[in-house]
Design a protein around this ligand. Structure first.
Ligand code: MN
Ligand code: MN
Length: 464
């Protein structure tokens, strides 16, 4: 069962549309290096498209009808867009869900110290990383500092052309005999991922003068005291912009394709819908997927269910728990997350005919998991059958894959959590090379096909 390379199917119009999607995505990715920044940009685009805050509708007791558009902002770190359709909610809704958190290095709550004329920030990394990727490279700091008076200071350092960058040092090769003999997982320790922030003593200070200089900059420039770091969320991420990758500019090299590429494709799809879709459509962008979908903004929290309850309340004459249960169970969902692209240099990790090939289009994973599919959502064959028809009817280039060879490793997504309601869910996404590395690679054609696929799904998915 050979699948075509999507590029071979494009005419001039496709190529233009593809570049337009890529351009929009680059802006989204460069402006959204944290989950908070992604939510901000998503809400801005939604409001521009006529979405209103669901909380406002609830407060006003405003009944909702087909064509109405509402969003839910969950603590600024997860967000959902609902575009109400003609069918009542108990017929189920079409959900396209992705995650907007990415692996990174978080600053600890009591971070600052000075050692040998350098001021450092202590860190605790987030998500699955190869630690040796994160040393000896330019990092930027993004995040918020919440002060006791309730004000929140937003910070972005290291992205503007003339901004300074920060980073983590590595031992010189000349003295690395011992380090190079270690296993790769142990070559760099988690506690050694400390970020150099300053290297100049403050005039007139005797003890920890470099750290004093750091604190003076934070006070002068941002109005922050050292104690304010107790209530801060600062993430160190790779500095710099997404770049065209490959001499033919067919790919994109950037930080956080996992999973902002699917998030952007989902957002773009829902914003392109006609005024009154058949079924209510939802773009769901979750946080904390990389650490198990935990916490109030992770998919295991109940914000989706709560929003559905509010929608039942605002679209029916009378609220009913049974209507809510029926609505949740009748949903169709694409759990959109990146897939492991086949890498010829590491071919032995994959089983090639069931691997996602860069350029072959959007990818569907019936199951994920590890060791006999443990922890997997396993999409129903009947659902996949209907999905195949939607994809083929809409000229989408698509492929199926597993995450690597059996028993080589594994991974999970948000799919199994949403499946708990009894809805139909399948994993779908864009193949990525160097997943979870500071700079990941995708093929522009796969992004373009994801937008086509998610749009078609929102428009046409229905219960069999
Ligand atoms: Mn992911
Ligand atoms: Mn991931």
């Amino acid at each position: 069962m050979e699948r075509k390379n999507a590029w071979t199917t494009y005419d001039e119009k496709d190529l233009q549309a593809l570049e337009d999607v890529s351009k929009g995505y680059r802006a989204y990715l460069d402006g959204g290096k944290t989950e908070r920044e992604c939510v901000k940009e998503t809400v801005a685009q939604a409001r521009e498209a006529g979405y209103i805050d669901l909380a406002e509708a609830v407060a006003a007791g405003k009944k909702l009808k087909a064509g109405d558009k509402v969003y839910v902002n969950c603590m600024g770190k997860a967000v959902m867009l609902f575009h109400l359709g003609k069918a009542p909610l108990e017929k189920g809704i079409n959900i396209v869900g992705a995650h907007i958190d990415s692996p990174r290095i978080d600053i600890k709550q009591n971070p600052f110290y000075e050692d040998t004329s350098l001021a450092y920030a202590d860190t605790h990394y987030y998500g699955g990383i190869k630690k040796f990727h994160w040393v000896a490279r330019a990092l930027a700091l993004h995040g918020v500092v919440a002060k006791k008076d309730g004000t929140v200071v937003e910070i972005v350092i290291g992205e503007a052309e003339d901004d300074p960058v920060v980073g983590i040092s590595d031992l010189l090769i000349h003295l690395s005999g011992e380090q190079m003999a270690k296993k790769a997982a142990e070559a760099i320790s988690g506690e050694n991922l400390d970020i150099i922030l300053c290297g100049k003593p403050l005039d007139g200070e005797e003890k920890d003068a470099v750290k004093a200089g750091l604190l003076k900059i934070l006070a002068d420039k941002y109005g922050i005291e050292e104690e304010d770091m107790l209530s801060a969320e600062i993430e160190a991420v790779p500095a710099g912009r997404t770049r065209d990758f490959g001499l033919d500019r067919s790919m994109l090299l950037g930080y956080g394709h996992d999973d902002r590429v699917c998030a952007y494709a989902s957002l773009r799809a829902i914003l392109s819908l006609e005024e009154e879709p058949e079924y209510t459509c939802c773009c769901l962008l979750a946080d904390k997927e990389e650490i198990g979908s935990v916490g109030a903004t992770g998919m295991q929290a109940h914000y989706f269910e709560n929003a559905m309850a509010e929608l039942v309340n605002l679209t029916y004459d009378q609220y009913s728990e049974l209507t809510l249960r029926r609505a949740l169970a009748a949903c169709r969902m694409l759990s959109c997350d990146v897939s492991a692209g086949f890498d010829p240099l590491y071919a032995s990790a994959f089983e090639k005919k069931n691997a996602a090939i860069l350029g072959n289009g959007v990818c569907y994973n019936k199951f994920t998991g590890a060791r006999g599919k443990s922890g997997s959502n396993d999409a129903n064959a009947e659902f996949i059958g209907r999905l195949r028809k939607i994809m083929d009817d809409n000229g989408v280039n698509w492929q199926t894959a597993e995450l690597g060879k059996v028993d080589v490793g594994g991974g999970g997504t948000i799919a199994y959590i949403c499946a708990l309601y009894g809805m139909e869910v399948i994993d779908s996404g864009v193949p990525v090379l160097s997943m979870h590395a500071p700079q990941e690679i995708i093929n522009k054609a796969d992004l373009y096909e994801a937008v086509k696929a998610y749009t078609a799904f929102m428009r046409q998915a229905a219960r069999g």
